[in-house]
Design a protein around this ligand. Structure first.
Ligand code: HEC
Length: 134
């Protein structure tokens, strides 16, 4: 009877030890799996970011973001191709137009609501709009 108790105790102790070892392994595993910058596994994760930063977009690329107002004339926006609407604006000087497009002007929201556009991307978009409106 005593032998059975010892055996049972040994079995219980062994399974507790195995269980503990398992859970410790589980707990430390994610650390070993973490992909560090510079590892091969990190290259795949970094790739899309590199693609997104592949240089500035053209005015033609960005203009669709402006079109909701500048195609329709919404809120008094000068329409693309409307020479009479753009000519007096251009007389203010191109730098003024850039500044208004970047910082906003009356109903014209800052950056035309293109929050991921750089200042230079806004400028080439203004150039594109003026080119299409003369
Ligand atoms: C929510 C509507 C809206 C969007 C979107 C919008 N605009 Fe405008 N924009 C306007 C309005 C309204 C005006 C006229 C403001 C005024 O003269 O009072 C205007 C005027 C301008 C002017 C002339 C500013 C001046 O000083 O005469 C430029 C340049 C311009 N927008 C560029 C852009 C560009 C570039 C984009 C896209 C990146 C854009 N806009 C997106 C509404 C918009």
């Amino acid at each position: 009877m005593k032998l059975l108790k010892v055996a049972l105790l040994a079995l219980i102790t062994a399974s507790i030890a195995a269980f503990a070892a398992d859970s410790i392994e589980d707990r430390i595993k994610p650390v070993g799996d973490t992909c560090m910058a510079g590892d091969d596994c990190a290259a795949a994760a970094a790739a899309p970011a590199t693609a997104a930063a592949s240089g500035p977009r053209s005015g033609e690329d960005i203009y669709p973001k402006c079109a909701s107002c500048h195609d329709t004339g919404a809120a008094g926006a000068p329409k693309l191709g409307d020479v009479a609407a753009w000519a007096p604006r251009l007389e203010k000087g191109i730098e003024v137009l850039y500044g208004h497009a970047i910082s906003g002007f009356n109903g014209m929201p800052a950056k035309g609501l293109c929050f991921d556009c750089s200042d230079d991307e806004i400028k080439v978009t203004v150039d594109y709009m003026l080119e299409k409106s003369k």
